[in-house]
Ligand binder design. Structure first.
Ligand code: 2P0
Length: 359
């Protein structure tokens, strides 16, 4: 493998690469990590479509002497953003030992989300995956090392993981598994693999309407939440549960068994939040409105038999998962009974998508 160092006697022509990458919603949750962003258990997610980040990476020969840091300008929605710049710089600096060309260039990142900035939707998965894809496109443009599509995706997933664990799953269409598991051939703790072709077609036309209960920043970050798993008395049984569930959930998704799917998915969401509640120190991210929505979903299912299930991310917002064929009924249920629990009545409508696109 080449050393990924540019020939200093032959300056690169300035250029740019652009990617749009989506968020994803975990069905089996990643919660607990070790080493360099390695998961304690395998996770499985659906790739979303409308919650995306667009990222442009511009490059030109470096203007300042190499001071051991990547030379970076950063714009979020066209405005300079020092806190995002610092986070991105730390990430790029961490990659520079294996991608030394990053320090030979002047890089400018211009990025923005398709969803409202303050919607309370986590953007680390879409943001870090979009940046990772741009870095792979740049490497390939400069060195031709990632011509093979599978190699490209795998490296993009590794880089995304190093930026934010869950981001590594956003690289693939429909659904992805991150973490070594006996149930998915080729699975790894280092990168996610696609499983969209191993699940029933109904999951290719599946919706995730995100009920925004609160737009406030979380009181405990995911980074801190992962760290608290290290002292959690239920950590080991939890990891064993997730490992075993991977087999059951994949089987249910292959067969289109929505009842089993829903049971596991809802239990995963509540388990995630139960783990937070029994961390030391304990904390809660669900709000009263999150619980009110969950109870109404139970009641709606009992009344109608419609396969509508909830899941939660590491926050108070409730994701409603359901197949496309019942969209009219579900949207009416949301309008009539759930919107009242959402901050400013905001619902981010999303659905399962085909993964990132180069633009
Ligand atoms: C997941 N979450 O599987 C789990 C479930 C939230 C709930 O991964 O520290 O932002 O960047 O690796 O990926 C959120 O944590 O954490 C997360 P880092 P990340 O999607």
């Amino acid at each position: 493998m080449s050393k990924l160092i540019l020939d200093s006697s032959n300056p690169v022509d300035p250029g740019q690469v652009v990617w749009r990458s989506p968020s994803n919603i975990a069905l089996i949750k990643y919660w607990g990590k070790h080493g360099v962003q390695l998961p304690r258990n395998p996770s499985l997610s659906l790739t979303l479509a409308s919650s995306c980040t667009d990222t442009m990476l511009q490059y030109a020969p470096r203007e300042t002497p190499d001071d051991g840091q990547v030379e970076l300008d950063f714009f979020f929605h066209e405005e300079e953003n020092e806190s995002f710049r610092a986070k991105t710089l730390e990430f790029l600096n961490s990659l520079a030992p294996t991608m030394p060309f990053l320090r030979q260039l002047k890089l400018t990142v211009r990025t923005g989300n398709s969803f409202p900035h303050s919607a309370g939707i986590a953007s680390s998965a879409s943001g870090m995956s979009a940046l990772a894809l741009c870095l792979c496109s740049l490497e390939d443009k400069l060195f031709g090392t990632l011509r093979d599509a599978d190699a490209f995706d795998q490296k993009a997933s590794v880089l995304a993981r190093l930026g934010s664990g869950s981001a590594c799953r956003s690289i693939f269409p429909y659904a992805a598994v991150w973490g070594a598991t006996q149930y998915v051939q080729g699975s790894s703790d280092e990168f996610a693999v696609p499983v969209g072709d191993q699940i029933h077609d109904m999951f290719h036309d599946f919706h995730d309407d995100i009920l925004i209960v609160s737009r406030e920043e979380k009181s405990v970050s995911s980074r801190a939440g992962h760290a608290l798993m290290e002292g959690n008395p239920y950590a080991e049984p939890r990891y064993a549960q997730a490992r075993a569930r991977m087999g059951t959930l994949l089987e249910a998704m292959k067969g289109g068994d929505l009842a089993t799917f829903g049971k596991i998915v809802e239990d995963e969401a509540l388990t995630l939040h139960a783990l937070m509640m029994c961390s030391n120190p304990s904390y809660t991210l669900m709000r009263p409105a999150s619980l009110a929505i969950i109870e109404k979903v139970h009641q709606y299912r009992a009344d109608t038999g419609n396969p509508v299930y909830f899941t939660l991310d590491a926050g108070p917002n409730v994701h409603l998962l359901y197949p496309g064929e019942i969209i009219t009924d579900v949207r009416k249920f949301i309008d009539d009974h759930l919107v009242q629990h959402c901050e400013d009545g905001y619902v981010q409508q999303d659905w399962v998508g085909e993964g990132p696109e180069e633009m």
